[in-house]
Design a protein around this ligand. Structure first.
Ligand SMILES: *[C@@H]1O[C@H](CO)[C@@H](O)[C@H](O)[C@H]1NC(C)=O
Ligand SMILES: *[C@@H]1O[C@H](CO)[C@@H](O)[C@H](O)[C@H]1NC(C)=O
Ligand SMILES: *[C@@H]1O[C@H](CO)[C@@H](O)[C@H](O)[C@H]1NC(C)=O
Length: 235
């Protein structure tokens, strides 16, 4: 059985979905005089540093992770490759627009069904974001917005690139964008393919029992994601 603790880090995954990214366009100014967030590019690759600042609540896994996020809106898919600190076995989170999410490492898999699909590029820019102001984050001059009372999103004032986002819930998840490549895609289809053990067809009950514990952290994440996606879909 795969160690459950590995899976419980999934809150990071949600966050990754949120990452946003901005294209090279600069922030536009809305009618109210406040800047508007930059939409995500349709495809990008970002490397995120994640700190689950309240991780005893968010997850039983380690609080620090590095994630490669491949956002691919044209193909309606999203991949997070999550590496926990000092862990040799990365965790994959592959999300499809039909709501199915596969979480797997080299040994085990968990499948989740969400009522929503992949976040659209305009999930923040499309409306509902409240401008918070200008802040320096990591030494970078940023515009900051809040949305739906659960996320603060920072983008570089000069370029519109995403810099950071914080979830305002008990998990205290903070994600920092370490690199951002608009247009970059993960073309290797093998990387998107969930392994055979994600599709048990008979007596694989033992495996799923090992994943129940792992699901605890995932649930928190899925709720966040759903909320975010739901908010995005409203506009
Ligand atoms: C992670 O967050 C905790 C709680 O805010 C903080 O004490 C710690 O320094 C942070 N770690 C890193 C590496 O940022
Ligand atoms: C959603 O799409 C993925 C990728 O094509 C597929 O593996 C999965 O079975 C689909 N889920 C449902 C509920 O149809
Ligand atoms: C961290 O989690 C604990 C336990 O759920 C909660 O009481 C506390 O408010 C959380 N801290 C923050 C800053 O949200």
């Amino acid at each position: 059985m795969a160690p459950a603790a590995r899976w419980s880090t999934s809150p990071v995954l949600f966050l990754l979905l949120l990452l946003a990214a901005a294209t090279a366009t600069t922030t536009t100014t809305a009618k109210d005089g406040h800047p508007s967030p930059t939409p995500w590019p349709e495809r990008f690759h970002a490397v995120l540093f994640t700190n689950l600042t309240n991780y005893t609540e968010a997850s039983t896994g380690p609080p620090l992770r590095v994630t490669d996020l491949y956002y691919d809106w044209p193909r309606r898919r999203n991949l997070n490759l999550v590496r926990h600190q000092l862990s040799a076995d990365p965790l994959y989170d592959v999300e499809w627009n039909n709501g199915t999410g596969f979480y797997f490492d080299s040994k085990a898999c968990r499948v989740e069904q969400f009522p929503v699909g992949v976040l659209p590029p305009w999930w923040l820019s499309g409306g509902g974001a409240e401008y918070v102001g200008r802040r320096v984050a990591g030494g970078i001059d940023c515009h900051v917005w809040g949305k739906a009372g659960f996320i603060f999103y920072y983008e570089e004032a000069r370029t519109g690139r995403p810099v950071r986002w914080d979830f305002v819930d008990v998990t205290g998840i903070q994600q920092f964008v370490m690199s951002f490549e608009p247009g970059a895609a993960l073309e290797d289809d093998a990387q998107w393919q969930a392994p055979a053990y994600c599709f048990p067809d008979d007596d694989d009950a033992a495996r799923s029992s090992g994943e129940e514990e792992a699901g605890v952290g995932l649930e928190a994440a899925s709720r966040l994601l759903r909320k975010l996606a739901g908010a995005a879909a409203t506009y």
